[in-house]
Structure formats: structure tokens, C-alpha cells
Design a protein around this ligand. Structure first.
Ligand SMILES: C[S@@+](CC[C@H](N)C(=O)[O-])C[C@H]1O[C@@H](n2cnc3c(N)ncnc32)[C@H](O)[C@@H]1O
Length: 448
């Protein structure tokens, strides 16, 4: 099988950035008319401002930039309750009242999606117009991928993306069915007439990619059997992008009745501020939010017990294999076996250490390896781990790069293609980076 060398390290990303001709420095959009109007409107509802302004950043797109140095413990942003869109906001509207009176019990996300659809349709007649105006017009979640783009994803990502698309299509159908009975009109136009799949998916992505988490107590009128009522859209605050490393304390503050975000990080003036949506792998970030991180240390490659058995068969000279495997199984060490850009998991390292150890054929000796790796033969460990990683690369085969045809071109690689390429190549990149670490870092098998 032919192997193409995977080349999307930092240099590739830098080259892409250059090709895409995004400025290497952030470009402020603080003075864009829609942002000015948004803030003016928010001030009327009690928003007191913050030391953050919108800008377009080379790596992450639109986000928020500091206008001064920020220290750990500082409040980044505070959004008054009146400016949050929650299911309570919907219940206060004529749409919400009709839904509640109909006793049809929609899911929280359906209710919020319908609210956004209605407010967008109302245009300048909507109280929320200035917020709706700054929402992205489209997204890069799987819902915005066409058939060919979905097909160019490797499994199991393709399968997960297809499942998501099917679920949202299903939710659309059931929402469409429900609102037929509602007979809700905006002026003379019925909601049924404006609710197309395109507008539904736009609103669904807005709620799913931008909501913060709030606990609601009263939700008798909603169907919360499969999904909690926790969504809240928070204007301006929802311009903050994600990193895995951001540390914040965030939540609804019952004293000032605002949704507050306090950072625990340090920022210099003009830095981009971040929050952490959660410790997500790139697959999860793509499915939920439509983006990926170039070096995501939350992405993992799983190693199965069957991968371990295959290696043991291949390396038949390893001693006492049957007993060692039995021991690993009994001690439940053949679970959570994985590698990431940070190296191998504790269980995987322990398995490799035990399988490589030149020990007596008894539980005590195996147990000793779990806590003390000094007796293990480093060369055997290295060889076993390298074979395991190489086997996984081989078994996955070659991935078709969607960069084909773009490589020599000066045209920028569209972000969707970057997503496909990164996701398809990530598994191999993680495995190869582990081989490199293994060969160059003597401490690869150290366990905390
Ligand atoms: C809460 S919004 C953040 C603001 C958003 N960038 C905007 O322009 O409105 C979440 C979306 O921002 C984008 N995003 C967040 N963090 C990102 C990152 N680290 N890199 C690239 N895009 C990111 C994704 O499109 C995601 O769905």
C-alpha cells in the first residue's frame, strides 16, 4: 500500500494562512456599523460595556480582543439577564405563549430555533434585530457540507457527521409537523410558510454553536425528557472563541442578575481572549461547532485490546505473554488505551511495560511493573510500542487528501477543505508524532 507523507504541521498551516491572505495581524471590526448599533442597543438594556472589542484574527476568524491588560480574576464580560435569549424569553413572546397554550411540548432547542426564525423574519420589526444582524450567515458544521464533502471524510467521522445531519433533518420534520397545528402568523404570513430546512438549520447552528449553559428550573411547558433546558444566547459574549487551555469561571450571577465570565488567565492589551467550550477532540469540535484546532491535544487515537493481541502474536519472543494478558485483563488495564499529541495514556504505557518486562511468571512481578518501571527493558518497550503504532498506521490505509489539486495552486484552500484534510489526516499525524516522541524522548514511558 502506498503511503503519502502527511505534511500538515505548523509550516503547512502557516503556508495556508499566507495563501488565504488573511492578515497576519488581527483586523478590528469594532467600528463596523452593525457592531456599533449592537452595543448601543445593548446599553439601553443595562449592558455597561467591557474591555473587549471585536476583531478578525488570522487563525480563528472573528473573536474578541482586549483593549487593556487583563489579570486573572478580572471579569471579561457581563451580560444582563434582559439581553439573554432563553426559553423564558420565548415564553414571554407571543410565539412562546402560543406554544405553551397549545400544550404540544417542544424541545428547548426547537423553541429557541423557532424564536430565531421568527425574529429573523421580522427584520427591523424585531426587538432582537441588532443581535440577529451580527450572527454568521452560514456555518461550517456538517450541516453545511454537501454530499461530496461529507463523502470525502473518513469513517468513523463520516458516519458521525451523517448521523448528525439525519438527526437535525428529523428534528426539522417534527418541528414542521408541530407548527402546522400552531397556526402562528407574523402579520399575514404563517410560520409554516417561512420555516424551510435552510432557515431551520441556520437557526439550529446558531443555537448549538453559540449558546452558553444556564440552569432553568421552570420548564413545565417544554419536553425535557431527552435534553435539558440549558441554552442561553448571550449577545456580544458569544463572539468569544475557544481554546483548550482557557481557564474561566462562568455562569449566571444571581446577585447582579448577569451572565458573567471571569478569566483566570493573563492577557496583554490587543490579545484575543478565549473561553473553553469543553475539552473536545477535533471530531467533536467539528460536529458541534464547525471548526478544528491545528494541534488539538484532546484528539486521541484509541488502541483496542485486539491491537494488543495482534502485536503479541507478531512479537512471539516476548515472555509469558498468556499470563501477562490474563493479568492485564483481570486488573482492567485493557481499557482507556489511547495516544494523543501528548503521548500514550497511563494504561497503555502500563500495558506495554508489563508485556515487555523480563519478569517471573507471577502476579507479584507483574504488579511490581505497574508501580515501578525500573525493571522494564526500555528497548523492548520501545520496539513493542513502535510496532503497535506502525501497525495502526498501516491498518488505517492511505487517506485521500482533498488538498489534491490544490497543492500547486495559489488559490486559498477553503476552510471546509482544511477541516476535511485535518480530520482525515489527524489519526496518522498523532500516531507518527508518538513514534517520533518514542524515538527521541527517553521519558516517553514515564507515568505520573
Ligand atoms: C461562540 S461562536 C464564537 C464567535 C464566532 N467566531 C463569530 O464570529 O461569531 C463559536 C464559533 O466560533 C468559531 N470558533 C470558535 N473558536 C474557534 C477557534 N479556535 N478556531 C476557529 N474557529 C473558532 C466556530 O465557528 C464556532 O462555531
Amino acid at each position: 500500500m502506498e503511503h503519502r507523507k502527511v505534511k500538515y504541521g505548523r509550516t503547512w498551516w502557516k503556508r495556508q494562512r499566507k495563501k488565504n491572505q488573511t492578515p497576519s495581524r488581527p483586523k478590528s471590526c469594532d467600528n463596523d456599523q452593525d457592531m456599533i448599533v449592537l452595543r448601543q442597543w445593548m446599553h439601553k438594556d443595562g449592558y455597561t460595556g467591557c474591555s473587549l472589542k471585536p476583531a478578525v484574527f488570522p487563525d480563528t476568524g472573528r473573536g474578541l480582543m482586549t483593549t487593556r491588560n487583563i489579570s486573572p480574576g478580572n471579569i471579561l464580560i457581563s451580560i444582563p439577564e434582559a439581553l439573554l435569549i432563553t426559553t423564558d424569553t420565548v415564553l414571554d413572546s407571543d410565539l412562546g405563549q402560543m406554544i405553551a397554550n397549545s400544550k404540544m411540548k417542544l424541545k428547548p432547542i426547537q423553541v429557541l430555533v423557532l424564536f430565531l426564525v421568527v425574529e429573523r423574519y421580522k427584520g427591523s420589526a424585531s426587538q432582537w434585530q441588532h443581535y440577529v444582524d451580527v450572527l454568521p450567515k452560514e456555518y461550517t458544521t456538517p450541516l453545511y457540507f454537501n454530499h461530496d464533502e461529507i463523502n470525502s471524510l473518513n469513517d468513523p467521522i463520516k458516519h458521525q457527521a451523517t448521523e448528525l445531519i439525519d438527526n437535525v433533518a428529523e428534528l426539522f420534520k417534527s418541528t414542521q409537523y408541530s407548527i402546522k397545528h400552531l397556526d402562528y402568523k407574523i402579520g399575514t404570513v404563517s410560520l409554516d410558510d417561512i420555516l424551510t430546512y435552510d432557515i431551520f438549520k441556520w437557526a439550529w447552528c446558531a443555537v448549538n454553536t453559540r449558546s452558553v449553559y444556564i440552569d432553568h428550573i421552570n420548564s413545565d411547558w417544554l419536553d425535557t425528557t431527552t435534553e435539558k433546558n440549558h441554552f442561553a444566547l448571550a449577545p456580544y459574549l458569544d463572539l468569544i472563541n475557544h481554546t483548550n487551555s482557557a481557564k474561566v469561571e462562568a455562569g449566571f450571577n444571581f446577585e447582579n442578575r448577569c451572565y458573567d465570565i471571569k478569566t483566570l488567565d493573563t492577557y496583554k492589551k490587543y490579545d484575543q481572549v478565549f473561553i473553553c467550550y469543553n475539552q473536545h477532540s477535533n471530531v467533536k469540535l467539528f460536529l458541534e461547532y464547525g471548526f478544528i484546532l491545528p494541534d488539538n491535544d484532546c484528539s486521541i487515537v484509541s488502541v483496542t485490546p485486539s491491537d494488543i493481541y495482534t502485536i503479541c502474536k507478531k512479537l512471539s519472543h516476548l515472555g509469558n505473554i498468556k499470563e501477562k494478558l490474563k493479568f492485564l485483563n483481570q486488573k482492567e488495564l485493557l481499557v482507556n488505551l489511547e495516544v494523543s499529541l501528548n503521548g500514550a495514556s497511563w494504561n497503555l504505557k502500563t500495558c506495554v511495560l508489563i508485556l515487555s518486562a523480563n519478569t517471573e511468571k507471577n502476579e507479584y512481578s507483574f504488579m511490581k511493573c505497574v508501580y515501578d518501571s525500573s525493571d522494564s527493558c526500555y528497548t523492548t518497550c520501545k520496539m513493542l510500542m513502535k510496532t503497535l503504532l506502525e501497525n495502526k498506521i498501516e491498518s488505517a490505509g492511505n487517506h485521500d487528501s482533498c488538498r489534491k489539486g490544490f497543492e500547486s495552486s495559489e488559490a486559498p484552500l477553503p476552510y471546509k477543505a482544511v477541516i476535511i484534510d485535518t480530520l482525515n489526516g489527524e489519526r496518522e499525524r498523532i500516531l507518527r508524532s508518538n513514534i517520533k516522541m518514542l524515538l527521541t524522548n527517553k521519558e516517553y514511558f514515564l507515568r505520573d
